[in-house]
Each structure stands twice: as C-alpha cells, then as structure tokens.
Design a protein around this ligand. Structure first.
Ligand code: NAP
Ligand code: 12T
Length: 339
C-alpha cells in the first residue's frame, strides 16, 4: 500500500508505446512528484533511452524483482503483460494503475475516472484499472446528466482514431495514405482492411453476440464506473482514418426531463468538460482540435425530438490523454492526495 512521501518512485511499463510515451509527457507536464522514474518495455527496446525532466532514462526489461522499490506502477503494455506482471507488482507492494482491459471488470478492482468515481479508489487492493478510452470520455459527460435527470438508456456510436491501437496502427495509416497518393500498392497488417480513406465498423475482436469487445466494454464499464447497472447502453464502435482523438455520437434517454438548454448549462460547469456548441459559427468539437488537449469537448447538444426525455450530444477527446495517460496520472494524483 502507498505510504505518504514527498516524492514517489514511479514505473511506466510499456514506456516506448503510444500511451507510455504520453504518460511520460503527462507526468512531466503536471510536475508529478517523481523521485525516480523507471521505464520498462520489451527486449526489442533494450538500449533505448527516453528523456524525462532533462534526464535520459534507459529502458529496461521486466524481472521478478523489478517492482521492489517502486511505489506506483503504470501499465500500458497490453492485457497479456498486465495479466502476468500486475499481480507481481502489487505483491511487491506497489500500487498498479493498469491501462489494459485485463482487470477492468474484476470485482476486486476499482475502475476509475476521477471526475466520476474517485471514491472507488478507497477500496483498491493493489490494482486499479483505467477504463477504455471511449468509455472514459463518455462517462465524464454522462455523470452530471445522470445526477440530475437519471439516465435510463444510452445509444452511442464512436468514430475512433488509430492511435487507440498503438504505434503500428499510426504508422500503417500514414504509410497507406502516402502509398495511395503515390498510386502504389498498400500493405495491410494491423487492421483486417485498408484504413486510409475508409471506415471500419470493427474495433477489437468479435464476440458470440455479434458485438465487438470494444462495444461490450462501453456497456459494462459504463455501468461499473457510474455505479448503476440499471443504465442500459448499446454501442457501435467504428474506426476512422484519424490519428488522434475519438469522437462519439451519444443519444441519452433520461427519467426526468432535461432540455438541451439545461444540459448546456449543466455541462459548462462540469469538471473536465468544455462545451463548444455554436452552430451559427460552425463551432463544434473536432478531433484535430481536441488532440493534445486534456478536456472532454461536447457540442451539437440537441433535444431528441423523437422521445419524451432525450438529448443528443457530440463528444470528442484525445484518446491518448484523457482516454489513457492523463486519466491514469489523475488517478495517481488522487491516490497521493488520499494517503
Ligand atoms: P503500443 O504503441 O503498441 O505500445 C505497446 C508497449 O508495450 C510498448 O512500449 C512495447 O514495448 C510494450 N511491450 C510489448 N510487449 C512487451 C513485453 N513483453 N514486456 C514489456 N513491454 C512490452 O500500444 P499502446 O497504444 O501504447 O497501448 C498499450 C496498451 O495500453 C494496450 O495494449 C492497451 O492494453 C492499453 N490501452 C489502453 C487504452 C485505454 O483505453 N485506456 C487506450 C490505448 C491502449 P516495445 O516498444 O519494446 O515493443
Ligand atoms: N483494441 O483499452 O484498438 O481495451 O482502439 C483500447 C483501444 C483496446 C482497450 C483500439 C483496443 C483498448 C483499442
């Protein structure tokens, strides 16, 4: 368990990846009280050095005793690594903040978005899960609405950037785009189809019910984070040829009436949310502007005229920041405030 200190020893596992890289930047920018930063990745990265606060830090491979002196370990090296190494890290006495899907639905593991359920951090047993990127940005906006009008049902369609899949997927979108513009043949490796100039209604694996794992994460994780399994959620998750920033069309049905106007007022005061909703000036959230920013942007707020109590929203956020690295660092900040 975490003990109060001036500065903490922090490990980033998956430091060379898209999320890990962002994690190092966020720790630096927010001046997280780091005593010692240790960086871990696969054997492929041995010899690599990454810079943090002006220091060049060597990337190491994981060993049984890697976590002995660590206070907080942030994992973003895939679910398989988290499955094996998170319990080893927790046993060594450090708190694990895990970005993978491995532990999210485990009843012993809190699933936390600080603006929504920071209180759940109190019952952690060594592992804390960071939710899926698409879920995080949606619940930041849903929570204030749920508190005043009680949400009955959510219908969401996502438009997800390739950086959600990692470095290789970003390279693939870039290379396919360059090749197509040069009338060359393309290589398809990461996704089952060409992603450049295309839209794929498929994120993560297909399940027996016909939904993808990504879609079911949005259903199950939303209920767990909001602490209300009566909220019905249905999702369609779609990959678009965008490098950074997930967008979502969110339809919300509530028990009590809340108008678009009231929703705009409510969300403009909500923590971590920026309302950007001036259709007369063509102003609405866009992934190119959300990229590199910390907030969740919401616009196109409209009454759903097809039902009694419903609203439509357009929600955009940087999937590598609030969707992953930033949320993990905010969890760490909350933890050290609590000790
Ligand atoms: P990425 O760019 O592919 O990076 C993967 C990282 O894992 C790299 O640093 C890689 O090291 C490291 N790694 C791979 N195998 C390893 C091993 N055997 N031991 C130690 N490190 C190993 O992927 P990413 O986008 O950063 O995502 C990483 C993970 O974060 C994902 O798998 C997912 O679980 C999670 N994630 C979560 C969210 C979210 O919604 N919160 C969003 C995106 C990703 P090398 O460079 O040496 O290969
Ligand atoms: N397959 O954290 O491909 O469970 O965009 C996040 C993003 C899994 C996750 C993606 C994925 C996760 C993706």
């Amino acid at each position: 368990m975490l003990k109060k200190k001036e500065r903490y020893n922090v490990a980033v596992v998956g430091a060379t990846g898209a999320v890990g890289n962002e994690m190092i930047s966020v720790l630096e920018e927010r001046e997280f009280p780091v005593e010692n930063l240790r960086l871990f990745a696969s054997e492929r990265s041995e010899g690599t050095k990454l810079s943090f606060n002006g220091y060049e830090i060597p990337v190491e491979t994981l060993k049984e005793d890697s976590f002995v002196d660590i206070d907080i370990a942030m994992f973003s090296a895939g679910a398989e690594r988290s499955k094996v190494w998170a319990p080893i890290a927790a046993k060594s006495g450090c708190v694990v903040i895990d970005n993978s899907s491995q532990w999210r639905m485990n009843a012993e593991v809190p699933l936390v978005v600080p603006e929504v359920n920071a209180h759940d951090l109190k019952w952690h047993k060594g592992i804390i899960a960071n939710p899926n990127c698409s879920t995080i940005q949606m619940v930041v906006v849903l929570k204030p609405i749920h508190d005043v009008a009680k949400i009955k049902r959510v219908v969401v369609t996502t438009f997800q950037a390739v950086s959600g899949t990692g470095k290789k997927a970003m390279d693939e979108l870039l290379q396919q785009t360059v090749d197509l513009l040069n009338f060359k043949d393309i290589t398809i490796q990461v996704y089952p189809h060409q992603i450049a100039f295309n839209v794929l209604p498929h994120i993560d694996k297909f399940l027996e019910n016909g939904y993808t794992k990504e879609e079911m994460k949005m259903v199950n994780e939303t209920q767990k984070i909001m602490g209300d399994s009566s909220i019905r959620v249905t999702a369609t998750t779609v990959r678009v040829p965008v490098f950074r920033g997930h967008s979502e069309s969110v339809n919300v049905e509530t028990e009590k009436k809340i108008t678009a106007h009231e929703t705009r007022e409510l969300l403009s005061k909500a923590p971590g949310v920026v309302v950007m909703d001036n259709p007369e000036k063509n102003e609405y959230p866009l992934p190119i502007y959300a990229s590199g920013r910390d907030e969740v942007f919401v616009g196109r707020i409209r009454d759903d005229e097809s039902i009694e109590n419903g609203i439509n929203l357009w929600v955009v956020s940087d999937n590598l920041r609030k969707g992953a690295a930033l949320n993990a660092v905010q969890i760490a900040e909350e933890l050290i405030r609590m000790v």
